[in-house]
Design a protein around this ligand. Structure first.
Ligand SMILES: [Zn+2]
Length: 143
């Protein structure tokens, strides 16, 4: 089997979808740029963590606070990266801009502001009202 799913979905797009497709690919491009940016930032921050380790320092506390901030920042970026990767996989399957919960198109304004969104605002709101697992609450506290 040497069928490329991307070319298959591209070929199946009708002329009427052109405007939407252009908009979508702009958003997907934005996601890819954001992903590269995040990867570079994470790498830079990790390098900072490595170079700033000074086992001989007596007053290690201010550094420690700084390091913890950087670690928290890396973790925030990694979560964003996961969301972007998820949305990109979504896009590869030809479902970009389609809510994964209800299957309705996501508001283009929402995608403009949050290109990695895979839920429409309605479903997002519903999911947010549900009780959160402890790990999610912990993340919120850090942010
Ligand atoms: Zn939805």
């Amino acid at each position: 089997m040497r069928v490329n799913p991307n070319s298959a979905s591209r070929a199946s797009k009708g002329k009427g979808m052109l405007m939407v497709a252009v908009k979508k690919s702009a958003n997907i491009e934005k996601l890819q740029q954001e992903k590269e940016h995040l990867l570079a930032e994470i790498e830079r921050l990790r390098a900072t963590l490595k170079t700033e380790v000074d086992p001989d320092a007596d007053e290690g506390d201010p550094d420690l606070v700084e390091r913890e901030k950087i670690i928290a920042l890396i973790s925030t970026m990694e979560h964003r990266l996961e969301a972007i990767d998820y949305a990109l996989r979504h896009a590869q399957e030809g479902r970009y801009g389609i809510c994964e919960r209800c299957g309705e198109p996501i508001d283009p304004a929402r995608l403009e502001a949050l290109p990695e969104a895979t839920l429409c605002i309605r479903c997002k709101t519903i999911l947010e009202r549900q009780p959160r697992p402890a790990s999610t609450a912990e993340e919120d506290r850090l942010l």
